[in-house]
Design a protein around this ligand. Sequence first.
Ligand code: NAD
Ligand code: IPM
Ligand code: MN
Length: 355
Amino acid sequence: MSPAKTRIAVIPGDGIGPEVVREAVRVLVLLRETRGVELEFTDFDWGAEKFLREGVSLPTGALEMLASDFDAILAGAFGDPRVASNQHAEDILLGMRRGLDLYINLRPVRLLDSRLTPLRNRKAEEIDFVVFRENTEGAYCGAGGFLRKGTADEIATQEELNTRRGVERIITAAFEYTRAQGRKRVTMADKSNVQRFGGDLWQRVFKEVAADYPELEANHQYVDAMAMFMVLDPAQYDVIVSNNLFGDILTDLAAAIQGGLGLAASGNIHPGRVSLFEPVHGSAPAIAGQGIANPVGAILTAAMMLEYLGHKEASQAIQKAVGESIVHDETTRDLGGNLSTEQVGSAICQRIVSS
Ligand code: NAD
Ligand code: IPM
Ligand code: MN
């Protein structure tokens, strides 16, 4: 009997999204051909073009279709200067995160080559941690509104929602992962010195959950201090857990210290359910269409997806090839190289073939 096909929904999106996703899919197709990883791809054209043309962002029934017909989703990026409201990106990206209840935003941070970090005198092994970002609530809940809009007395409220269930499941996921991966420490970042209600809930739940993992170290930092320590002493981090907004901001900083946004991968995960994998970076409109975007973040994202789907060996083959290509300066200009997006994809494919 031939192994069951793994069904992947591909949503390239806007800007550099299609350029980097093309390379990620090329790598996946190569693994299908050379290592028998049975993958089946279906493309979806959701993004700014479709929104501007048809007024459709996330089509009706899309979430149900993704949940029933697919094992995973591979996406590029969403955001286009022609859609000032960012409505389509909110509908598609946040729509999938919320609608599919993808409560874990898993963002690994690994320095692949000490030359890539802007931090002075850092060895590669000193930057190696994972961020668990809560992905369905917090400041992204969409609650708020205007009073007296357009007047001098205008008031805008933007609420943050923290549920006991939501906080507990992301913190538990971080501890479970730490134990399973043989890591040692979970650091929780919040702003509980100012945000007294949500922060209080996070503090209490963190202490309660930590008590169930006595072999692990659990510590806390205010998020502003964490931003500083991430630059001054990134080696202290192992697993970080934080809310949606702080996790968003910290992971751009974390991407910078590992060599830039072009390298950073992420998974939006609900264990056991269809999950969404996308690079951390956005649509980078200023460099879109020039063939210079770094595809490594998208390619490492494809590796994360394969690992999630149980194809560990294939995932490691990608990660090894990416590491080698960087060491050998097969890079785009953001990393100091002179290769195009496609040439970097080819170099990585070549290394997979010859490994
Ligand atoms: P961005 O990540 O698109 O770009 C930030 C900077 O990083 C730019 O200088 C860009 O050129 C560079 N960069 C990003 N990815 C790169 C890559 N692969 N290779 C080389 N350089 C790269 O963030 P932004 O400029 O704040 O946002 C642009 C648009 O993308 C906005 O509409 C924003 O809302 C959206 N966005 C979407 C996502 C997503 O879909 N997940 C994430 C972030 C931003
Ligand atoms: C990210 C992005 C998104 C976020 C935006 C585009 C909605 O910055 O995935 O990190 O804020 O989550
Ligand atoms: Mn972000």
